[in-house]
Design a protein around this ligand. Structure first.
Ligand code: AMP
Length: 325
């Protein structure tokens, strides 16, 4: 679980930095800039007077003084702006609800791919229960040992494990402004448990982004998928080939050539990304997961996206539907 957590932590420190500057109200920024500018002008005028009376001041020392004054003004302005931004951020934390959204869709619908972009857009972490479980399996933890065989066969891991796992995860500091649930809740029991858990703190899921894809498209997407373990980035031999990909004489990618675009690290194929396991995963999705969508539809928070289109077109629809209207 450490890598999945570290991944969202990395994003979260970026979040804070961005939040601090972007949350600085325009008025504060202008006042700060005006005060800095006025200080520099007054200082400049005084300098000029002194220059007229004291002819021994040379151009170099005047220029040095000007640069020093500008730097001092900028630092002062920055500090003033920063403390205001900190105050605004503290108010956000205190009074504003967390943004809690759910990505909903069959395996291969594009939750991971689009989720990456939503994370960048909203600056809140994506909590993929599949990633957390895979990490637990890789680490050989007690949860991982219980989950491994079920996951490889494409079945569902027991609700009690998932509920405990997510309850702990959403308390981490990087979730303080919100989070994106991916792969959870996957059963009605989980949905009700998540609702109850959030209700304890007066919270609820406020947006369900449902990815709608015809089943015949899913097999091609799943069976051609390659993943980067540390980041959760996914590639596809046809739709998003890694730059390093080379094909063998049979027209299939050479496994050793499959490397992550950003880090150059090897990609891998998930043990459950096979046509056979997909059948079971889709059955579980239809029987146990689809009722979750109906549960949230009743609350008026579901927005459906046509996720059978290409990635760019899907993102255009997703980003338009992220906006509060
Ligand atoms: P995913 O990466 O979302 O496709 O999840 C991979 C596998 O992890 C699933 O096929 C399940 O075996 C397991 N899993 C992930 N999330 C859940 C969940 N909420 N409930 C039960 N099993 C889950």
């Amino acid at each position: 679980m450490a890598a999945a957590w570290a991944r969202s932590q990395k994003r979260s420190s970026r979040n804070v930095a961005i939040a601090k500057t972007s949350q600085m109200p325009p008025r504060t920024f202008l006042a700060t800039a005006a005060a800095t500018g006025a200080g520099v002008l007054t200082w400049g005028a005084t300098q000029q007077q002194q220059h007229q009376t004291r002819c021994d001041v040379d151009a170099a020392s005047l220029a040095g003084g000007l640069v020093g004054g500008l730097a001092a003004g900028a630092v002062g302005g920055y500090m003033l702006g920063k403390s205001k931004a900190d105050a605004v951020e503290a108010k956000y934390d205190k009074y504003w609800p967390r943004k809690i959204m759910l990505l909903f869709g069959a395996p291969g619908a594009g939750k991971g791919t689009q989720g990456e972009k939503i994370v960048d857009e909203l600056d809140i972490p994506q909590l993929s229960t599949g990633d957390m479980l895979r990490e637990a399996v890789a680490q050989g933890t007690a949860v991982g040992k219980r989950a491994k065989a079920v996951m490889e066969a494409g079945g569902l891991v027991s609700d009690d494990i998932l509920i405990a796992m997510i309850a702990e995860r959403i308390q981490a500091p990087d979730c303080s402004k919100g989070f994106i649930l991916d792969g959870m809740p996957r059963t009605l029991v989980q949905a009700k448990a998540v609702d109850e858990m959030l209700a304890k703190t007066g919270e609820n899921i406020s947006l369900v982004m449902a990815f709608d894809v015809a089943p015949e498209i899913l097999e091609e997407r799943i069976c051609g998928r390659w993943m980067h373990k540390a980041s959760g980035r996914s590639f596809h031999v046809k739709f998003r080939p890694p730059k390093s990909m080379k094909l063998g004489p049979d027209g299939k990618p050479i496994p050793e050539s499959m490397k992550d675009d950003e880090t150059g690290e090897p990609l891998y194929q998930r043990a459950d990304d096979t046509a056979e396991a997909l059948k079971k995963r889709l059955k579980g999705y239809n029987d146990q997961t689809l009722p979750v969508l109906e549960h949230y539809r009743g609350k008026g928070i579901v927005r459906t996206v046509d996720a059978g289109k290409d990635m760019k077109a899907v993102w255009a629809e997703v980003s338009a539907k992220l906006v509060n209207k």
